[in-house]
Design a protein around this ligand. Structure first.
Ligand code: FAD
Length: 280
């Protein structure tokens, strides 16, 4: 693309009717392929429900669209044997990168006990680094991870993942760029010098906003909530507002000098395509 911006997309494996929905997703990604994504990342259900389909979907994207893939992998509850097996699968299929995550503690399990093999994502990064030469991405939280006691300690923990050998950070979705700028500045002060790729989600309806707040705790600017709420019965206008917001957010990030943007596509091409058409 003319701006030489490194574009990437996140998708997730469909929970039901995998074959049919995965095919539809391929069609959506075929639309986004024109933006020459550096990779498509595919989420991995820490809870287990979509784990097998995650790899299957990633391979389908690689084979049918010839796009590089970055499978996510969560180590919570996994043994070294499980992880070794998964890494072999990745190596044997000529995949070059992986997003190494811990995964969320299961919500329905009050006295959940971590497995000794992998307590934090940094343990997984150590393990991958020792066994492979994959490029390793890790997660970063501009608004601080929900379990971290404070931003400083969260950044120190992020630094451990980099010291273990991670090559890039993809951020949790955020809607207020100030959180990102502040995060990047503090990460640099902490000695983190790998790319910190902003994760952007174009919001097109009220339900997505509610989901984002409950899942990620990301702050959503009050103006955006008010506008989307005001037009919740007028889908076209609501969508236009969400896309305009994302375009402005991305434009500001580009002006600030980011080298790439990772789009949370929610498995649909439309909104991301419109944003990209406006910023490239
Ligand atoms: P970690 O980096 O291990 O951090 C977890 C918590 O532990 C943080 O509070 C951190 O500060 C703290 N911590 C880390 N190291 C130490 C240490 N040595 N001592 C004390 N505290 C420490 N989830 C999925 O299930 N599947 C996915 O595909 C998925 N994809 C994601 C993609 C992105 C870009 C992001 C941002 C998140 C994704 N998640 C996914 C969510 C993620 O699994 C959760 O946020 C999870 O709670 C933390 O994972 P992590 O890899 O950041 O963990």
């Amino acid at each position: 693309n003319p701006k030489k911006l490194v574009i990437s997309f996140e998708v997730f494996p469909p929970k039901k009717d995998f074959e049919e929905k995965a095919q539809k997703l391929i069609e959506e990604l075929a639309i986004l392929k024109q933006f020459e994504p550096a990779f498509v990342s595919v989420t991995y259900g820490a809870g287990g429900s979509t784990q097998n389909h995650s790899f299957e979907l990633a391979m389908k994207i690689k084979k049918e669209l010839s796009i590089e893939i970055m499978p996510h992998f969560t180590c919570i509850g996994a043994s070294k044997e499980n992880v070794k097996e998964y890494l072999n699968l990745i190596k044997n299929n000529n995949i070059n990168s992986i997003l190494a995550l811990r995964g969320d503690v299961p919500q329905d399990c009050e006295d959940f006990e971590f497995n000794d093999d992998f307590r934090f994502a940094s343990d997984l990064v150590d393990f991958i680094k020792a066994k492979t030469n994959l490029s390793i991405g890790v997660a970063g939280y501009p608004e601080v991870h929900k379990e971290a006691p404070n931003a400083k300690q969260d950044l120190e923990n992020l630094k451990k993942k980099i010291d273990s050998g991670a090559n890039a950070i993809i951020t949790q979705v955020f809607f207020n760029n100030d959180h990102y700028y502040d995060f990047v500045e503090k990460a640099h002060q902490e000695g983190i010098n790998v790319p910190i790729i902003p994760g952007i989600l174009p919001i097109t309806n009220l339900k997505q906003i509610e989901r984002m707040v409950s899942m990620c705790g990301s702050e959503i600017p009050i103006d955006l909530i008010e506008q989307i709420t005001k037009y919740q019965d007028d889908k076209k206008t609501m969508r236009k507002i969400g896309i305009e917001f994302a375009v402005n957010q991305c434009q500001e990030l580009i002006n600030s000098g980011v080298s790439g943007i990772h789009f949370y596509t929610l498995n649909k091409a439309g909104a991301t395509k419109e944003v990209l058409e406006n910023i490239l």
